[in-house]
Design a protein around this ligand. Structure first.
Ligand code: DGJ
Length: 376
């Protein structure tokens, strides 16, 4: 009896080892994505930084029952985008109850960029303070000398306090409509007041709300923070300082009252494209697409970039990042999360190639694909 138990244990170990050792040579959207130890990658709402020949994925560590941060921001590396090595926790939550990032706070959608001038890796994420729901709406910044960390937490705040957006007119700046004037939201009058900057003005002194977010470094090294602001009703795009550690106060509003979350951005042939989602909590909805010839706008909205079965719910997922394929020209990977709020750790990765039709990005479901798709 004892011997057969040992035999079973041995076979089990061998099987797990062979699963973890198995090299992947394709992307399987929606399937378990095993890391080098065979465990499903735990880096949700993430983003990629390509550095020194490797892709580094940073994301939210999620638990079995809770989406709150009890571990921190994790990091995985890959040379081929198929096989991911667990590099551990890049930014750990704190056990100091006074810390912004105390265990149990909400740390979402981390993104890391590299500053060529300071040689520092800079991480931004959406922070919500412990036990305060989603009311803080802050962006947080951490920094490291090494890509995989440990990252040192620096600060969190609502960006651009005291600055009006570049694309707000004088009439909008001087308008007097305020939230207390409206008994109900979503009426035509409320919508117009929102478009005209009612929430921007409300938050002028304390800084603009900052929830779902991404970062983008342009070819000239300038970095931008794009975030759901104004109660998630309007996106804002803001310039970062040269060291990437603060906001300069230069920003625009995009799609006022459009209710966009989950921004992901890339540039192709000089055109900026941004894919976002609507706002339905953890439930999926149809993706949205915007483009602009200049990062400062104007940004134009296009139809849903997803096509085919499941397109109305973005194949049951929500955008998080768009990564250029290194070594291939104009090849981009759309990265999204299929959230599972009852079992957050099990959320799946929906990574699909961006195809182009009539000059616009198109997302089509594929059960399995590899980077050779970009050679066609
Ligand atoms: C949707 C956002 O995109 C997620 O990052 C997260 O904040 C959930 N809402 C929370 O409901």
């Amino acid at each position: 009896m004892k011997n057969s138990k040992l035999l079973f244990a041995g076979i089990f170990c061998l099987l797990s080892l062979s699963i973890s050792a198995q090299k992947l040579n394709a992307i399987y959207p929606g399937a378990i994505l095993p890391d080098d130890t065979g465990i499903h990658v735990n880096a949700h709402g993430g983003g990629i930084l390509y550095h020194d020949g490797k892709y580094y994925l940073f994301g939210e560590h999620k638990g079995e029952k809770s989406s709150a941060a009890f571990v921190g921001v994790t990091c995985y590396s890959s040379e081929d985008f198929y096989n991911w090595i667990n590099e551990g926790v890049a930014l750990s939550v704190s056990d100091d109850p006074k810390s912004d990032i105390v265990s149990g706070s909400v740390i979402e959608r981390p993104k890391v960029i590299y500053n060529e001038k300071t040689k520092k890796f800079v991480m931004y994420f959406h922070l919500e303070l412990k036990d305060h729901g989603y009311e803080a709406a802050r962006v947080a910044i951490a920094v490291s000398d090494n890509i995989t960390g440990p990252y040192k937490y620096l600060k969190s705040y609502r960006p651009n306090a005291g600055y009006y957006p570049l694309n707000m007119t004088d009439v909008q700046k001087n308008a007097t409509a305020k939230l207390s004037d409206f008994k109900d939201w979503w009426t035509p009058e409320w919508r117009q007041a929102t478009i005209d900057g009612m929430f921007t003005r409300r938050d002028l002194a304390g800084g603009q709300m900052s929830r779902d977010m991404t970062l983008y470094v342009d070819d000239d090294g300038k970095a931008y923070h794009i975030y759901s602001s104004e109660e998630n009703l309007t996106l804002q795009l803001a310039e970062l300082s040269d060291d990437y550690l603060s906001h300069t106060g230069k920003y625009i509003r995009i799609a006022p009252a459009g209710h966009n979350e989950a921004p992901a951005i890339f540039k192709k042939d000089g055109t900026y494209f941004m894919i976002t989602s609507g706002c339905t909590g953890w439930a999926p909805n149809a993706a949205r697409l915007f483009s602009a010839d200049n990062i400062w706008g104007p940004w134009t909205e296009h139809p849903n970039p997803a096509v085919g079965e499941g397109a109305d719910l973005t194949f049951n997922s929500q955008s998080t990042f768009i990564q250029p394929v290194i070594g291939k020209k104009e090849a981009f990977i759309f990265m999204a999360d299929r959230w599972t709020p009852k079992h957050p750790i099990d959320a799946r990765y929906i990574w699909l190639p961006i195809q182009f039709e009539n000059g616009l990005p198109v997302l089509k479901w594929l059960d399995k694909w590899d980077l050779s798709i970009f050679e066609n």
